[in-house]
Design a binder for this molecule. Sequence first.
Ligand code: NAD
Length: 497
Amino acid sequence: MSTLQLFIDSTFCDAENGETTPIEYPADGSIHTRAAEASSKDAERAIAAARKEFDYGKWRQTTVGERGEILRKVASRLLAEKDTIARLETLDTGKTLAECEMDVDDVASVFNYYADQASATIGRVVDPSTPGVSSRTITEPVGVCVLITPWNYPLLQASWKVAPALLAGNSIILKPSELTPSTTHYLVKILVEEGVEPAAVQLLLGAGSNIGPTLTESPDVDMVSFTGGLETGRSIMKSASGTVKRVALELGGKNPNVIFADADLPAAIDNALTAIFLDSGQVCSAGARLIVEESIRQEVVDELVRRAQQIRVGDPFDQETETGALISAGHREKVHSYVQRAVEQGAKLLCGGQVPEGAGYFYPPTILDECDQTMDCVHDESFGPVLTVETFDGGSEAEREANAIAIANDTIYGLAGAVWTADASRAERVARQLRHGTIWINDYHPYVPQAEWGGMKQSGNGRELGPTGLAEYLEIKHIWHNIQPAKAGWFADPDNS
Ligand code: NAD
């Protein structure tokens, strides 16, 4: 069985202590590959190599146009090798092959989008009116950027960081989830084969808890961009504070999907299923909280249960399968314990909620009715195929709307949410009052590389994608050039007056 190696100082290599970790295929629990398990010594070596490249190397000296062209070649390679990459992603994640193929298309779009942004990193003339002065801002790469990614969309989350960071001219240290290293490893090979300066890319594999602090505390690292869970995000922010480095956090969500009684119900119900059960709910923006107007609650819930029970969960490589496995045994236990606790706390289990027999970490689409905000399953991110149903009501239209907004905003998170209504004015009012980084009106889940993505409140800070996703990896410098130097004349010079 092959072992995925680290990439440090332009060379694929084993971990310095020779350790490796098995990588499981979540759909049957078998080991499909092994990955080098980096130690803090490997992390130190990667930091030193990235630092040397950034301070004295070639990548940041190439033109942004050249870097953009390389990103475009990377996008073409990804598309040409989509079958292989999607297969690896399915083996690591247990997600359906069809979804993984779509993810590779999305990843290529991200590289192409940032290739198109090559001209966006130029600065601006600040004040053309001061005589004899050229005052302007320019952009520069931030420096050594540590990019840490989760297991749910391994390559996609990496692309949101890698493409803008490299376009900007940074040196990167990539750290994918220890559960899903294969496609990031594959990407590193493509990056260097297509012309990215090898010394500008380091790849560390293994547990974040082992090497994370070395990376995030180091004074030689200028930025940490992290996507993952809230607790890890908090600890990264703390450990990065000692060196006041730039920290960008994309954390969890507990996302409301609000349905008003006047909505197009067949569309709203169908999308409510996709919102929560796509990729078995292991999506940061999953619509895990259904917040439905009381008068249509029964109709909506009955239809959701009928449809949820027909979702085909199973072999991710089977084209008939609609959703695959959860990432690990431990994660399934966590999801199941949220469901059990919800029932103990008064929720009504309408479907799912049972751990199936057999190999693989599958979990059925689960719907919990009669939920409220006191329940753990409503305010914590269970990150599985579990939909909680809450309702809103009120004596007047305005009261009902205000109640819906209050419930949808009653969360420490603020990543994404949706509102379903036929009333365009209400849709706009609600969308503007929801404190979440992305709002869909009469839709759920679409995103485009051109639009910023990120969280309010404890869903994180900063934004990925769009022009802001590039700005995260740029410093802005003001250069004031006095072309006709003259004395300032502030302090008197009595001897020469
Ligand atoms: P996680 O926080 O457990 O791990 C994420 C990454 O952090 C992994 O690579 C891990 O090895 C690393 N890590 C762990 N401890 C570390 C430390 N002390 N220092 C540095 N790195 C460390 O998250 P996960 O379980 O892999 O991913 C699921 C989470 O990611 C969910 O909460 C989900 O909502 C979130 N997520 C958010 C977005 C978004 O766009 N906001 C997108 C995808 C996933």
